[in-house]
Ligand binder design. Structure first.
Ligand SMILES: [Ca+2]
Length: 230
């Protein structure tokens, strides 16, 4: 009976407080209204949070794009390796020929024949004198010649001439030969080809790093044979 009495008094007091309209003051006591400045601070805080989240998103985006770039690079490398493997496994070079990109080359260093005889020699091996459609293919042939240990001076026949029409240099494949750098060399400060009607066949001359020079087709030089394997 002694415990019940204070409890009843508390209930009565609460009812009285409610009836007296003190609900608002009780609410305000626990949840005070935001001051005008405080509201501003809250907005600032929310904006700052948004800003931080945006920055974090941007960072994540950077990381994601970086990973994608790395993945693309890896895929490109894999594709390149697969192409190399399939090319090399599909078409190995025959005999003494060495693979350079899409072609096989063979420098017949112990042979010394005229330009026409050099073509016949290469025909006998299943190919023809070498032609170079671009600077990369030409550079590969030069490296092959430079690494072959030929004595200086040395001359190497390649498949280009202006036999059909003076001044119109063509590969034996029928395409126009490129002119100027980095293909043709110079002789006595004059850019080749400069031999006119006397010199109608193309050779690589060791004197200036195996660049192309026009010479007499009757000269006897080393054939550079080529077999295309594509
Ligand atoms: Ca000529």
């Amino acid at each position: 009976m002694r415990v019940v009495a204070p409890f009843l008094w508390a209930v009565v007091g609460t009812v009285w407080a409610l009836e007296e309209g003190n609900v608002g003051s009780l609410y305000d006591q626990h949840f005070p209204p935001l001051h005008a400045n405080c509201t501003q601070s809250l907005i600032d805080l929310l904006l700052m949070r948004q800003e931080v989240q945006l920055k974090e998103l941007k960072e994540e985006e950077k990381v994601s794009s970086g990973i994608l770039r790395e993945m693309a690079d890896i895929l490109t490398d894999i594709r390149g390796s697969l192409t190399l493997i399939s090319t090399s496994s599909e078409a190995p070079c025959p005999g003494n020929f060495i693979k350079f990109g899409e072609t096989c080359l063979y420098l017949a260093r112990d042979t010394s024949v005229t330009w026409e005889a050099a073509r016949d020699y290469c025909h006998g091996l299943g190919g023809d004198l070498a032609v170079f459609r671009d600077a990369n293919a030409f550079a590969e042939a030069l490296n092959y010649a430079k690494g072959s240990g030929l004595p200086n001076p040395a001359h190497i026949w390649v498949g280009g001439s202006d036999i059909s029409l003076e001044g119109e240099w063509k590969w034996i494949s029928g395409e126009d030969m490129p002119r100027g750098t980095p293909f043709w060399g110079g002789y006595n400060y004059v850019r080749e080809p400069a031999g006119g009607l006397r010199e109608n066949c193309a050779n690589l001359f060791s004197g200036d790093g195996f660049l192309i020079h026009d010479v007499s087709c009757a000269s006897k030089y080393i054939p550079l044979c080529q077999i295309k394997n594509t």
